[in-house]
Design a binder for this molecule. Structure first.
Ligand code: THU
Length: 137
């Protein structure tokens, strides 16, 4: 299912906007993520930090976990956008990449943005080649 340019723009815009809600008292590094579902619905999320740093949840996981909570499955996801005020494109951490492997399809598009609103398009498979995705034996 192809993503229309206006849908991609809207998704990136949403990821950028939701960043304002990030809870980042420790890093002061707000991140926003937005997931577009095939029914046109967008679910967004932010990073939520903790004084015990390891308890922090990244924006991508916040959005993807909310999608699961709303009843969406991996076949429903069309694209993800991630936004941060970075010089270079924000790139998801490895835990979030593994969560994308679990909850998205290998060809799910991920739009990575930077503080200048430039957008780089990659897929989940490109973010995680040779992924651990099954316990078949
Ligand atoms: N973070 C995200 O939310 N997503 C990313 O793609 C990279 C990192 C958060 C975690 C932490 O709250 C802050 O950014 C600094 O690592």
């Amino acid at each position: 299912m192809n993503i229309q340019p206006h849908q991609a723009q809207q998704l990136v815009k949403e990821a950028k906007k939701i960043k304002e809600k990030a809870y980042v008292p420790y890093s002061h590094f707000p991140v926003g993520a937005a997931v577009l579902y095939k029914d046109g619905h967008i679910i967004s999320g932010v990073n939520v930090e903790n004084v015990s740093f390891g308890a922090t949840n990244c924006a991508e996981r916040t959005a993807l976990f909310t999608g699961v909570t709303e009843g969406y499955t991996k076949k429903d996801i069309q694209a993800i956008a991630v936004s941060a005020n970075t010089k270079d494109y924000i790139t998801p951490c490895s835990i979030c990449r593994q969560v994308m492997v679990e909850l998205c399809q290998p060809d799910t598009v991920v739009y990575l943005t930077n503080g200048k609103d430039e957008v780089k398009e990659v897929t989940v498979e490109e973010l995680v080649p040779f992924a651990f995705s099954s316990m078949d034996h």
